[in-house]
Design a binder for this molecule. Structure first.
Ligand code: GDP
Length: 330
């Protein structure tokens, strides 16, 4: 059947006007994998790109149960109360099966979901982490063009998703909770290295003391690590998304981090580097997509030969890549 063309100009105008329904449709467009949608989405993004970049982009990560949605609800409503417009996005590669993602779920952030100054969008179910990451990055552009000045990108502390989110935000905030014994045990070192700000959450009631002890221990551990920037030492704070205690301090630390990046020009560099890294990720993605098509008829056979040992993995790779019809490397 004939597909109705996407009216890119109308979408762009609606997004810039701040229409929630048009913004929602534009996000659905960038999340789509249909080739005609992909083309229209790129046109839309090109048009909106000059109006993007204005938000404070913050990644918020932590294992399930650490209190991310409670924290974001609390932080988000504070920020909208202060006159900000807040967008909440999620990167959840586990949300592939259903539309119902465990992150960015509106039922988890009941107040923000009905806040006129907030826009909560669940994780796209784009299949791979690469697909989810692409849609999320492109959605950030839409959100900024729509006038949201704070973008919170939530991700669950599993696998590669934190690295992916750290690569699309200005400040990466790691939420953790106090644990007995070795405080570092539950936190992968690689994740700690990504953090610009660390917050020990649930510092309330009988947990408060433990949280403060944990924060001090973590701060000690962080001092042993080589900092990612010579001008910034990730602070470790204690807070409670539930009572709101310490939330202002956490936000102040996020703003401090950003001011530090701005002051020495590294915010611009960080964003530019992220774009270039992103471009290479897209090259890899698109190459794989094309390969899946071009090598469609030989894939099974070549894989079988590698399995049986009749073909080396290297030769097999060359044979698959040859189906792309590219000139040989020199
Ligand atoms: P998420 O899975 O990281 O999004 O965590 P949730 O926000 O859904 O919270 C998980 C559980 O921890 C829920 O039972 C919350 O009520 C509880 N919780 C969340 N934040 C706090 C907090 O600041 N203090 C305390 N004591 N409990 C909290």
């Amino acid at each position: 059947a004939e597909r109705p063309p996407v009216d890119v100009a109308a979408l762009a105008a609606g997004v810039r006007d701040g229409s929630r329904s048009v913004l929602a449709r534009a996000i659905t467009l960038v999340e789509s994998n249909r080739p005609d949608h992909r083309a229209a989405a790129q046109e839309l993004l090109l048009e909106l790109l000059p109006h993007s970049g204005g938000a404070v982009r913050v990644g918020i990560s932590g294992v399930p149960g650490v209190g991310k949605s409670t924290f974001i609800e609390s932080l988000g409503t504070r920020l909208t109360g202060d006159g900000h417009r807040v967008a909440v996005l999620a990167v959840d590669p586990s949300s592939t099966r259903t539309r119902g993602s465990i992150l960015g779920d509106k039922t988890r952030m009941a107040k923000l979901a009905v806040d006129d100054s907030a826009f909560v969008r669940p994780s796209p179910s784009a299949g791979t982490l690469g697909g989810v990451a692409r849609a999320t990055r492109e959605t950030i552009v839409l959100m900024e063009a729509a006038g949201y000045d704070v973008v919170l990108v939530e991700t669950v502390g599993v696998g590669q998703s934190e690295v992916t989110v750290a690569g699309m935000v200005d400040t990466f905030l790691l939420l953790t909770i106090a644990r007995t014994g070795d405080q570092l045990q539950g936190i992968k070192k690689g994740i700690l290295e990504l953090a610009d700000v660390v917050a020990v959450n649930k510092a309330d009631g009988s947990h408060e003391r433990d949280a403060r002890v944990a924060a001090r221990e973590l701060a000690g551990a962080l001092r042993m690590m080589t900092p990612a920037h010579d001008t910034w030492r990730p602070p470790v704070l204690a807070c409670s998304g539930q009572t709101g205690a310490g939330m202002d301090e956490v936000w102040a630390a996020v703003q401090d981090h950003r001011s530090t990046l701005e002051a020495d020009g590294s915010l611009g560099r960080r964003r530019a580097d992220q774009q270039v890294e992103w471009m290479w990720a897209m090259v890899r993605d698109q190459l794989m997509d094309r390969l899946q098509t071009s090598a469609k008829d030989t894939l099974g056979e070549v894989e079988a030969e590698v399995r049986s040992g009749d073909l080396t993995a290297t030769l097999a790779a060359t044979r698959l890549l040859d189906t792309l019809g590219l000139p040989d490397p020199p």
